[in-house]
Ligand binder design. Sequence first.
Ligand code: BYC
Length: 480
Amino acid sequence: MTITTVDYDGLIPNNVALGQDERVKRALEKWHPGYINWWNDMGPEGFQEALVYLRTAVSVDPKGWAKFDYVKMPDYRWGVLLAPAQEGRKIPFGRHKGEPAWQEVPGEYRAMLRRLVVIQGDTEPASVEQQRYLGKTAPSLYDLRNLFQVNVEEGRHLWAMVYLLQKYFGTDGREEAEALLQRRSGDPDTPRMLGAFNEKTPDWLSFFMFTFFTDRDGKMQLEALAQSGFDPLSRTCRFMLTEEAHHMFVGETGVTRVIQATCEAMKKSGIDDPNNIEDVRKLGVIDLPTIQKKANLHFSLTLDLFGNEISTNAANAFHAGIKGRYREDRLKDDHQLEAAAYPVLRLVDGKIQNVDAPALSALNMRLRDDYVADCNVGVARWNKVIAEHGINFQIKLPSVAFHRHIGEFASINADVDGVILSDAEWAKRRADFLPSDGDKNFIESLMRPQFEPNKFASWIAPPKVGIDNKPGEFEYVKIA
Ligand code: BYC
């Protein structure tokens, strides 16, 4: 077996030679039944017996790493997959820059590393829990399959973090691995760790927005952790990023197809005004202003996941060589940032202003800036579809001060342009910016399952190409 092929012989597929690591193998095998129980209790409801056309990783070679086949989800081969080691890899940033990458946890950074691994791990099952009921209202078998693909891979990402905990963090790693199966998204007593992962994903537009915006936070955070001087974390995250790309594809193309269905229906019925919400809704599609409100909601909830703009935790993690910047290896500076500054949007004397801060303390802000730029690339693609239909409307990301619960702007109300509002004004105008009960009810009224091959709900256009190049009529999910 080479590092790029995966050993499927044992209970836990892996490319980390688990067969020769009896202690970790036993620990993971002991954790396995609890995981399967969690999946059966909290995974996609009503579809555990369905045959789903899923991809499974058979290699970690970027060229041709996956194979597709029908699988019942509880039989999916969740495993431990690390990207190949880079020989002679050095710690790329921070005070240890240039030293050999760590193959074991450095004692002085143990608590910091454990915390980051646990937070990352916690988000993965959380998202499965949030998406648990969506299958019942899927707009097509194609979309149903994509939902389940995302779900099983988030499950695998939990395995990825649990492997690190079990292999490198001893008894407390084992306890953390157990606790990851105990917390529940939205539970008042045992919630998931980060805010956005306790929100509901009540409908498919939310699912697409979540995979566009929140999975993209996953991408940014994984890119930053892939730079880590702790080599096993770096290699784990590098392979997770390969899977993550599909999740963002699902989000970006999902929203594109919703927009396309709306624009096509408007054109066909001769409605030019995107703000003629009532008539657009009668066509069985989602009006563009409501799509904008959903984007406002998911973007702002996701920004909170970057933590405080000014953060000692982030500075310490970088200084220690544990968590880098987005694509650190492509940046051209000293990779230590001891004397550097970075502009941070802050609230100064009641006004939102750019203020220079020490670059080390501003690393969350910097990652968030990179994130916003990445989001804008996708939003431009959505707007292209609207423009192609000759409709005068543009989706716009709201100000980073809008609707925040963490960081500089948590204490104020700002509108989507960043204008600060009084509590009373905010209460009066909230429904102009965020989905109202009426908007939610309308979207919910559209959420009816469409389980016939090659058929799609009225509010979403078919995809341009099938998964694994399958033709339109392909039965992506055989519902039991
Ligand atoms: N909610 O110094 P600060 C993904 C806490 S998504 C609740 O600014 P830091 C995925 C913070 O913990 C990516 N609490 O924090 C996507 C701290 O508390 P303690 C997940 C929050 O560490 C879709 C205190 O406030 N991965 O993979 O600089 C589907 C002070 O804050 C929040 C990661 O996030 C919040 N939003 O930044 C599936 C990477 N924000 O410890 C999966 C690992 C802050 O002082 N995590 N707090 O009591 C990190 O790098 C950092 O922990 C954070 C926070 C960026 C999250």
